[in-house]
Design a protein around this ligand. Sequence first.
Ligand SMILES: [Zn+2]
Length: 388
Amino acid sequence: MRCPACAEAELVPCADLGAVPALCGVTWAERAEAVASPAGPIRLEYCPACAHVVNVAFRPELLAYDGSYDNSLHHSPTFRAYASDLAKRLSGDYRLAGRSVLELGCGKGDFLRELCQVAGCHGTGYDASYQGPEGTDGAVSFVPGFLPLDGSHPPELRPDFLVTRHVLEHLTDPYEFLVGLRALAGERETHGYFEVPNASYDFATGGWDCIYPHVCYFNAESLRAMVSRAGFEVLRIDTAFSDIFLSVEVVANRASPGPTAEPELQVAADQRGRVASFGERHPQTVARWRMRIGALAAGGANPVLWGAGARGVAFLSAADPDRALAGVVDVNPHKRGRYLPVTGHRVTGPEGVAALDTRAVILTNPAYRTEIGAALAEAGVEAELLVA
Ligand SMILES: [Zn+2]
């Protein structure tokens, strides 16, 4: 397979992670149902030219992006603060007042609502898992479903600004999607903000973002290559949220000087090496965490994982398949008391953490370290924080 990002080289195998929970954004009321939920294979190949990574074993039929898919991070104050700062910055940099914003994959619409409120723009959001009221909600309209990018979109849809966050990595053909977005801009000057997980962070660390719904893994170089090839001009590439996210800001039909500096490429020089060695390193990382959890449990520390999102589910299925942990905590109230896919861990809310009597709390996302530390202090729990 030729690299879908840069199209300059054939992909080369780099890691086989076996079968992992396919529905990592879903929880179940019964443990038996959670344990019986499907697993899907991850077999990664990478591009020797731009280090883009693709799960070549991905089968879309295992996934359903319906109302049961809850990947909302908006229950976390840390994430809300990040999204809020981003909305303010985009609003100012791109003078969005009075403009029209289109967000594809808007989830529950939290970011689009905030952007429209902060910027005084109007927005349209599409998402297959959107469950709120349809139609117009103030300056924002929501459509549950996918926007057709084959030219059959509503003719009144003429966005000045395109937003898509954590969508590209879920698509079997993100290049085709970007070409469709570029076509939507037509001849009009149209800016865009596209955000994905930062594979440079992930392949250098535990690799907990290797989850079934991620068909591909972008680094700064491969993201730039793909959006450029789709016909956008790159204005800026940056990382955010403790380096875990990667974003690119683009323009089509540029008519005015860019609002931001020349692109700064922040791709790690050894990204190719990290990706190439991931298949060897990952099993070692997993083995170390299994031993550590076993030792903590044997020593009476009652180890707990904080964070039952996709990264948490990836960690659990790799490092704690036999449920040696004393518990899994998450701030999302919709997950509380429910069971996680394949491993069947039960999710506890923060109010239940004191009863777990833990002295070791594992987190898979360092961006939440301060927030989790504060929640533990509030619960009167003294525990060591361990970043996996
Ligand atoms: Zn490539």
